[in-house]
Design a protein around this ligand. Structure first.
Ligand code: SF4
Ligand code: SF4
Ligand code: FES
Length: 821
């Protein structure tokens, strides 16, 4: 399957992997083939047919024809060009002439291909059908009149995002004039026939999508049919300046472009109008796309406040900070620790840093070995442990989903909070809604299912063996039974006996391997074994994604050792999800302390003196959309971000200069990031920030990993003392909320509330007081989340003033009392 092959496209020799689509090979070699409906990381839909080429003399669609060694491809000849031109003419039939005001004008693929294929006259016509507009959600606007039914939106939502919130529905168009069938090119006819019958509708049968509101469908729409509600009619595409940057909201660190322009005729100040992404290579979530206007506006330098900040830093014993900072700022804070002896406190990252240390000790690696793009591309069986997959980290979720859709994959999802969306990602997804605290058991089950026993220490193999027992169960089988009956010939009246086979259900006892681990984790041990065998059929490449529940866990050390043992013995890829924006950068650069003490300066966090990019502190700081610098992503890359908006106040580097510890500019710190932690001495201005044509990420650089040290993971048995009793709350954010900055953005409105399954929300009523073990409490509105199931409820951590980390400590679960209020 992955053999190297050579094919020829228009006389150019191209090296490729066997089984790659011809279109992708052409793109990787800078050869242009028009394509409208195809999305690189999704399944081909064959909706547009414009990508047709000749392969060894036969017409094929390059987006779904796989290359074979020695193939000869011709991308255009007279017949192909005639077909493509007819396709574009058909797309132009009845397309509204509103380019002057259309959001997509200037970057519209219908405009581009119409010109590219030389459409200067129209041979086809049909009466138009009235097609309306609709606001599908708070962020999505659909204009069916502009829709060319390429189905990109449907495809990306299913294959990448996992919501499958859209489908085609009836358009009510007239049938085509039959005469066209005989006279026009056949692909253009078929495409038109289908186009005439369809529009796009929400797949839940209502007028609203009730989806994740990620907006990826608007990004991939080639025309102005599916747009962001807030952006509609606000600017022409060509008036906007694109600023390449990195999203600041979660540890994915997605590549984005801020698109900016002056605010209005009266106000020349730059404003972000929207965020765009390279959707062929990376998908965004709703926070990345819509949570862009969190800047600290209208700030001017206040020398008196600056001087008070210098005094505060001089007397600070602790600096407490959030991880929405750049690597350079993290290095400044570490410098303050080294030079002035302050404690550095970051409760979002501290347990993760400890966990990385435990993992390094157990397995000898400086970092987890794999990243999410390589897992997405190369795995057909994926396991998620310790992450709330739907909302903790969008790229982990997209990876899990995409493996099911594109790699004919299977998946195991271990998580205590019941989720109704994850099981829909694929037929071979199995979920274990285990008890909080059983994460060790989940990792033991992974070892049990996947480990090469030869690579396991004897005591671990013995420990696993004790969970297995041979038992019997009753199964129902259908057998064919011979039945004889006497029939009378209606003509002769003669009687005769006929025998026939009829199906009959019989019960029988069979022996099976009863796995206690499956049962303890909430699965069905009677059926799991057979089911797992089916899941494993034709699977060859396995991956495990580890999430925040494992770091914020009383048994984190053992969990880290179990991960190291899985990596050692299961031949599995392994990647971790850092808990917050630049958590990995902070974990690598700063020596964090467990607790604050004495006078505390907060940086985007509570303190006696607060430096704040939210505009709510004692001295203003720039937000991350107003700063240059780098961030360290979950994929272990150090990537640059640029300032989209001006900022008139002081930066952390100015304070460092005030303490005689600064450098000229913030980005002058970039080449000084710690080399012993894998950072390079590359200047900020030399860092690339984009993708190659074939999707290779060329952003910044990959962290250098230290040579692996000798280590033998030592694991302990599961400790059930960590299990919780009673009413349990889980610390998790709703989709699109990650921190105070997403909360500030005007298109992100998910509330700071208690989230519960619809049944649990009904029981709890409208408002509830959540009383923690130490007597502290929060009173919150109750929000029903129709994708949650089970009794555990969730409290978000995105509002720092609520000090939710303080309430939960180094755990993600807590036992509480819920009082209706
Ligand atoms: S809304 Fe856009 S992406 Fe979706 S089918 Fe229509 S044209 Fe294609
Ligand atoms: S916003 Fe996202 S989840 Fe909703 S329909 Fe579009 S792609 Fe699907
Ligand atoms: S791009 Fe191949 S059929 Fe549309």
């Amino acid at each position: 399957m992955n053999n190297e092959i050579t094919i020829t496209i228009d006389g150019i020799e191209c090296r490729a992997k066997e089984g790659e689509y011809i279109l992708n090979i052409a793109r990787a070699n800078d050869i242009f083939i028009p394509a409208i409906c195809y999305l690189t990381r999704c399944s081909p839909t064959l909706a547009c047919r414009i990508c047709l080429v000749e392969a060894d003399g036969k017409r094929v669609y390059s987006c779904n024809a796989k290359a074979k060694d020695g193939m000869n491809i011709v991308t255009q000849n007279e017949e192909i060009l005639e077909e493509r031109r007819a396709i574009m003419e058909v797309y132009d039939v009845n397309h509204p002439l509103q380019c002057g005001v259309c959001d997509q004008s200037g970057e519209c693929e219908l405009q581009n291909y119409t010109l590219e294929l030389g459409v200067d006259s129209q041979h086809y016509a049909i009466p138009d059908t009235k097609r309306g507009t609709a606001d599908w959600s708070s962020v999505l606007h659909y204009d069916a009149g502009l829709c060319i039914v390429c189905e990109r939106c449907v495809t990306v939502c299913k294959d990448m995002i996992g919501d499958a919130a859209l489908k085609t529905g009836p358009r009510g168009g007239d049938p085509l004039d039959k005469a066209y069938k005989a006279t026009m090119p056949k692909d253009a006819y078929s495409m038109w026939n289908k186009l005439q019958k369809s529009v796009i509708v929400p797949s839940n049968g209502t007028e609203h999508t009730n989806c994740s509101d990620c907006g990826e469908c608007t990004a991939v729409c080639p025309v102005g049919a599916l747009t962001e509600r807030d952006f509609v009619y606000s600017s022409n595409a060509w008036e906007l300046t694109q600023v390449p940057a990195t999203c600041a909201h979660c540890s994915s660190g997605c590549h984005i472009y801020y698109e900016t322009k002056h605010t209005s005729i009266d106000d020349p100040e730059e404003k972000i109008y929207r965020v765009k992404n390279e959707w062929n290579y990376q998908s965004l979530c709703g926070a990345g796309r819509f949570g862009y206007d969190y800047e600290n506006r209208d700030v001017v330098q206040d020398p008196a406040a600056f001087s008070r900040a210098i005094d505060a830093l001089k007397k600070a014993e602790t600096i407490r900070f959030a991880s929405t900072i750049t690597n350079e700022e993290a290095l400044m804070l570490q410098t303050l620790k080294e030079e002035r002896g302050v404690r550095l406190v970051n409760p979002e990252v501290y347990p993760f840093q400890q966990f990385l240390g435990h993992y390094r000790e157990a397995g000898g690696r400086s970092l987890y070995p794999d990243d999410f793009p390589s897992i997405m591309k190369g795995s057909d069986f994926v396991i998620s442990v310790g992450a709330k997959l739907r909302s903790d980290n969008p790229n982990a979720r997209y990876t899990f989903n995409n493996i099911q859709k594109m790699n004919k994959g299977a998946g195991l999802y271990f998580h205590p909070v019941g989720d109704t969306l994850v099981p829909t990602f694929g037929k071979q997804v199995r979920t274990f809604a285990h008890q909080p605290g059983q994460e060790e058991l989940a990792l033991y089950l992974v070892l049990d299912l996947f480990a090469d026993r030869e690579k396991l220490p004897d005591e671990v193999a013995d420990y696993l063996a004790q969970f297995h027992h041979e038992r019997t169960r009753t199964v129902t089988e259908t057998v064919m039974e011979s039945v004889s009956e006497t029939v009378t010939d209606p003509e002769t009246g003669e009687e005769k006996t006929v025998t026939k086979k009829v199906p009959k259900k019989v019960e029988k006892e069979v022996t099976y391997d009863h796995n206690d681990l499956v049962e303890m984790l909430g699965g069905d041990p009677e059926t799991f074994g057979d089911d797992f065998q089916k899941m494993m059929a034709k699977k060859s490449s396995f991956a495990l994604m580890a999430g925040e529940d494992l770091y914020f866990h009383p048994r984190a050390k053992n969990l880290a050792a179990l991960l190291a043992l899985i990596e050692e013995s299961c031949g599995m890829k392994l990647a971790m999800i850092p808990p917050k924006s630049n958590a990995l950068g902070v974990a690598l650069i700063c020596d964090l302390d467990a607790e604050a003490a004495g006078y505390t300066v907060g940086y985007n966090a509570p303190g006696d003196f607060v430096l704040s990019a939210l505009g709510t502190g004692d001295l203003d700081m720039p937000a991350l959309n107003q700063q240059e610098g780098t961030m360290t992503t979950m994929n272990k890359r150090v990537v640059p971000t640029n300032a989209a908006l001006p900022y008139g106040g002081y930066e952390l580097n100015d304070l460092m200069n005030g303490l005689d510890l600064g450098r000229g500019l913030t980005v002058d710190w970039t080449p000084h990031l710690p080399g012993q932690k894998g950072f390079e001495t590359i200047a900020f201005d030399d860092l690339p920030n984009g993708y190659t044509n074939d999707g290779v990420e060329q952003r910044g650089y990959a962290l250098r990993e230290a040579p692996r040290a000798e280590a033998q993971p030592e694991v302990e048995p599961f400790d059930e003392a960590v299990l919780l009793d009673g009413e349990i709350v889980y610390r998790a954010n709703p989709q699109r909320q990650f921190n105070d900055f997403t909360d500030k953005a005007h298109q992100i409105f998910e509330a700071f509330a208690l989230y519960a399954s619809p049944e649990r929300a009904e029981e709890l009523g409208e408002r509830v007081e959540v009383i923690f073990g130490d007597g502290r409490s929060l009173t919150l509105d109750v929000v029903a989340d129709d994708r949650m199931s089970g009794a555990i409820v969730e409290i978000p951590d995105f509002k720092s003033e609520a000090d939710v980390y303080g309430l939960f400590g180094a755990n993600r679960y807590a036992t509480v009392t819920l009082r209706k209020g």
